[in-house]
Design a binder for this molecule. Structure first.
Ligand SMILES: [Cu+2]
Length: 354
């Protein structure tokens, strides 16, 4: 009877919490509005542990208040000595067994999901014709930007991860300089990206990002990594499988050149920028700067600034001013206003989306 009541209480508490918390937050970046199975599993664990904690707090507060009220000195006098319960077997048992039960309720799903969400065996699976069965993305975190390489597709992009929905996507995570942490709040994570080892996990993206505020999910660096840590954002575009395939194909096709919106801009780019930035999406990661093959399709400049000509020029002129400590040099005194205009038009025209 007692146990049944407790369970019921816990569940109603969880239900109320869920309804209450679902009301706040933004779909594109809220852990409380999970948009994939991994995120949902993590959310449920979060709710369960919060529910148990609240239950404990509630019980302690109730006992505390009851004791305060019942044993007031003004009511019982100075000499009152309450019943001494030291060594009571019944009480000792109750406050040993209840916490053990609570810890078991907490531990079983936690251990289960830790193993389930860390299971990356399927990463190595190949189909009969030797191709990888699942999409694998190699993520490299760098001060202060993100590189996403798709080794089986032979393409690479940066700042904006593009993935198909409704399937497991496997990630190899590493860092190029210092520790960072890969986190897409609405989808799952976080997991550290380290310099000395590869971390692996998978995520599932159940919702297309198109209807969201900026048409993307938000990703974050979740490990303090330097002065611009808080600006180390990335975005995630989730597409149905066939649209993803089309995107991957267009990325691969930039190998043969891009559509050029401004030829003079392309010239400037080839002189000043190509050493760090590739404009072909085909190939591997490891470049000094973000791959710009699909820069025109992006949502932000450098992960966080508004994506327009004005902000782009502000960035090229003096990246240090807006993102202190990043690795791109300033071009303020090297490029004329005309050259900047041409460059901006050229860069914003780099697109692989139809
Ligand atoms: Cu970081």
């Amino acid at each position: 009877m007692m146990k049944g009541l407790k369970k019921w209480r816990l569940f109603s508490l969880l239900a109320v919490l869920t309804v209450f918390l679902a009301g706040c937050g933004q779909q594109e970046l809220s852990t409380l509005l999970p948009a994939g199975q991994v995120g949902k599993d993590q959310f449920n664990l979060l709710m369960l542990s919060s529910g148990i904690m609240l239950f404990v707090i509630l019980v302690v507060v109730v006992i505390y208040v009851v004791a305060l009220i019942r044993f007031r000195r003004s009511k019982l006098g100075d000499d009152f000595v309450p019943e001494q319960v030291e060594g009571s077997q019944k009480l000792e048992l109750i406050w040993t067994i209840i916490p053990i039960i609570l810890i078991i309720i907490l531990a079983v799903p936690t251990v289960y999901y830790t193993y389930k969400l860390g299971d990356v065996k399927a990463m190595e699976e190949v189909t009969d014709d030797g191709k990888a069965k699942h999409l694998v993305v190699d993520v490299t975190a760098k001060l202060y930007w993100w590189e996403f390489e798709y080794p089986d597709l032979g393409i690479v992009t940066a700042q904006e991860l593009v993935v198909p929905t409704k399937e497991k996507i496997y990630f190899n995570l590493k860092a190029a300089d210092v520790k960072h942490s890969f986190w897409i709040p609405a989808i799952g994570g976080k997991m550290d990206t380290n310099v000395e080892n590869l971390n692996k996990f998978y995520l599932t993206f159940d919702k297309e990002s198109e209807g969201l505020k900026d048409g993307v999910f938000y990703g974050k660096c979740a490990e303090l990594c330097g002065p611009s840590h808080s600006l180390m954002d990335f975005k995630v575009k989730t597409l149905p499988r066939d649209e993803f395939n089309a995107w991957a194909k267009s990325m691969k096709a930039t190998e043969d050149g891009n559509a050029v919106a401004n030829a003079a801009g392309e010239e400037v780019f080839k002189q000043s920028c190509i050493g760090c930035h590739a404009v072909s999406g085909a190939g591997e990661g490891g470049a000094q700067g973000p791959n710009l093959a699909s820069f025109g399709d992006r949502n932000r400049v450098a992960g966080f600034m508004e994506h327009n000509e004005e902000k782009l020029k502000e960035w090229i002129k003096n990246p240090q001013k807006v993102k202190p400590g990043n690795v791109m040099p300033s071009f303020e005194n090297q490029l004329s206003e005309q050259e900047l205009d041409d460059l901006a038009e050229y860069l914003l025209g780099l697109s692989v989306e139809q």
